[in-house]
Ligand binder design. Structure first.
Ligand code: LFR
Length: 477
C-alpha cells in the first residue's frame, strides 16, 4: 500500500496508461497501474476513436489505482489534441469522435482561407495551419452533417471529455483549447469573431479554464479531486522538461509526433513564423509553446506494428542492426502526407524509395536507419528555422517522451543538429500531469518548482555531438 498521491491518465495515439505518482520530499515516484490500447475504429472508410472502450479502461485504471493507494488525492487525464466529442443533452456522445488522421479534412483548409485569410487566422490564434486542427474538422462537419453541430449541447476535447466523465465539470482546459485554432492567442478565450466568420458560433462551446484547477470530484469517490492539469499531452511534457534556468534550451517532445520548439512568454506572430509552420500553443502558467509539428516515431511505430504481425520483434536487435547499417543512404521526407495514414508502412517506404530513385532498404535494420536518419535531418532543419526566428542559437536540446529511450536516435540527433542533447525523462508527460496535480493541491515542497522536482526524480542522459563514449548521466540528485 502506498501513501497519498495522484493518478495520471495519459492517452496517446497508440496506447494509454494509468500512472500513479507520489512525492517523497522533492522526489516523484511513479508506478504504472494499467496500460491499454487506444483503438481506432475504421468504419465506411473513416477513422474514429472508440471512446466507450477508452472510458472502460479509465474506470479499470482508477480501480487498480485505488486498490494500491486508497488515499488517492486526485486524478487527471491528458491526451493528444485537436479531436473532440460532441455531446447530447444527456452528456453522451452524438457519434464516436473522428481521428485527426481521417482524410475528410483535406479540402477544408482552402475553404477556411476563402473566409478568413491565413495571415489573419494566424494573427488571431497563433496556431499553425495544418489540416488536423479542430477548426478544419468542424468545417468538414458543417458540410457533411451540419445538424450534428446544431444538436450538440457541448463540445469537449478528448482529455477534457474523460475528465468530465470522471466527474469534473464539462470545461476545456486552456492548453487543449488553444489547439482548436479557434482560441484567441491574446485573450485565451474563444475568438467570437472567428466563430462567426466560420459559421461555427453554436452554443456548444464550453468554458475555458486555466491549467491546474480542481474541476470536480470523482463520481462515487468524493475524496478524489478531478483536476484539469494540462489536458494536452504536449503541454504536460513541456512543463516537465528538466531545463536549467539560464541556458538557451529547446525541446523535442518525441512520441508519435515530434514537437520541436521553445517555451516563451511572448508570441512571435510574424509572417516568417507562420510560413515556417511554427505554432503558439498555450502552456502552464501563461507560457507559450512556440513549436513546430514534425512527424515523430509514427512511421517507425507503423513499421514495428507491421513486422510484429509477422512475429516477435526485439527492438534491441533492430537497433543494433540499424547501427551497423551503412550511413546516409536514403532520406525519406517523413512529413510528406504520403506517410500520414496508417497501414502497410514498410511496403510504402519501399514504394517511396523506388518512386524517388532512392536505394531501397534491403533489411529491417536498414529501414530503421533510414527512418532515424531522416528524423534527425528533419530535426536539424526545424532547429535552424527556430534559431533564425529567435535570432539566437540553442545550446541544449532536451528530448523528452518515449523517444528519449531511443539511444541511436538521440545520438544521431546530436550529431546531425550539432547540439548537445539531454535525453529524458521518457515519462515527461505523466510526470507533468502528476506534478501539476500535486502543485494544484499545494503538495510541492517549499522552495521547489515543478522542474526542480523532475530534475531530482530522473536521471537524464547527455549526448554530445559526435561523441564516441557512452552517454553520461546529467543528474542533480
Ligand atoms: C502529441 C500531440 C501533438 C498534437 C498531435 C495531434 O501527442 O498532442 O501535440 O499536435 O498530438 O493531436
Amino acid at each position: 500500500e502506498r501513501r497519498a498521491g495522484y493518478l495520471a491518465f495519459d492517452l496517446g495515439a497508440s496506447s494509454g496508461r494509468a500512472m500513479l505518482g507520489w512525492l517523497e520530499g522533492p522526489v516523484l515516484h511513479m508506478a504504472e497501474v494499467h496500460r491499454f490500447e487506444t483503438s481506432l475504429i475504421e468504419r465506411d472508410g473513416h477513422l474514429f476513436w472508440d471512446v466507450e472502450a477508452l472510458e472502460q479502461e479509465i474506470w479499470t485504471g482508477l480501480q487498480q489505482a485505488l486498490a494500491q493507494m486508497p488515499a488517492l488525492r486526485a486524478v487527471s487525464v491528458d491526451s493528444w489534441a485537436v479531436d473532440y466529442v460532441l455531446l447530447n443533452r444527456e452528456g453522451r456522445p452524438l457519434r464516436p469522435p473522428y481521428s485527426y488522421r481521417d482524410t475528410r479534412t483535406r479540402p477544408m483548409m482552402a475553404r477556411a482561407f476563402a473566409r478568413v485569410a491565413p495571415a489573419e487566422l494566424y494573427a488571431r490564434t497563433g496556431i499553425q495551419l495544418i489540416p488536423i486542427n479542430t477548426l478544419y474538422q468542424l468545417l468538414a462537419d458543417l458540410e457533411e452533417d451540419p445538424a450534428v453541430l446544431r444538436r450538440a449541447e457541448r463540445l469537449l476535447l478528448i482529455a477534457d471529455y474523460f475528465n468530465h466523465r470522471l466527474g469534473g465539470q464539462p470545461v476545456v482546459e486552456v492548453s487543449m483549447a488553444s489547439t482548436t485554432q479557434l482560441m484567441n492567442v491574446h485573450t485565451r478565450q474563444w475568438d467570437a469573431e472567428l466563430l462567426r466568420a466560420f459559421g461555427l458560433d453554436f452554443p456548444c462551446w464550453p468554458e475555458i479554464v486555466p491549467s491546474g484547477q480542481v474541476i470536480g470530484q470523482v463520481r462515487g469517490h468524493p475524496s478524489v479531486a478531478v483536476i484539469a492539469s494540462c489536458s494536452h499531452d504536449t503541454a504536460c511534457a513541456v512543463a516537465a522538461v528538466p531545463a536549467r534556468p539560464g541556458t538557451r534550451w529547446a525541446y523535442i517532445s518525441l512520441g508519435t509526433w515530434a514537437l520541436l520548439g521553445v517555451e516563451r512568454t511572448t508570441p512571435i506572430l510574424t509572417d516568417a513564423a507562420r510560413e515556417a509552420g511554427f505554432t503558439h500553443e498555450a502552456g502552464l502558467d501563461g507560457t507559450i509553446r512556440f513549436l513546430k509539428n514534425l512527424t515523430g516515431l509514427w512511421v517507425l511505430q507503423e513499421c514495428l506494428r507491421a513486422w510484429r504481425q509477422e512475429g516477435p520483434v526485439s527492438w534491441e536487435a533492430l537497433e543494433a542492426e540499424a547501427r551497423a547499417a551503412p550511413a546516409e543512404r536514403c532520406y525519406l521526407d517523413l512529413d510528406d502526407p504520403y506517410f500520414f495514414e496508417p497501414g502497410q508502412m514498410p511496403e510504402r517506404i519501399v514504394a517511396y524509395c523506388r518512386q524517388h530513385g532512392l536505394p531501397v532498404p534491403e533489411s529491417r535494420g536498414q529501414m530503421v536507419r533510414a527512418i532515424l536518419e531522416s528524423l534527425a535531418r528533419n530535426f536539424r532543419r526545424a532547429l535552424r528555422q527556430l534559431e533564425a526566428l529567435l535570432e539566437a542559437p540553442v545550446d541544449t536540446l532536451h528530448i523528452v517522451g518515449g523517444g528519449a529511450r531511443n539511444r541511436l536516435l538521440c545520438q544521431l540527433t546530436a550529431d546531425t543538429c550539432e547540439v548537445r542533447v539531454v535525453a529524458g525523462p521518457a515519462e515527461a508527460t505523466a510526470m507533468g500531469n502528476l506534478l501539476i496535480q500535486a502543485r494544484t493541491l499545494g503538495d510541492l515542497p517549499e522552495g521547489y518548482t515543478l522542474r526542480d522536482v523532475v530534475a531530482r526524480s530522473e536521471t537524464c542522459w547527455i549526448y554530445e555531438p559526435h561523441q564516441k563514449s557512452i552517454p553520461q548521466p546529467a543528474t542533480e540528485r
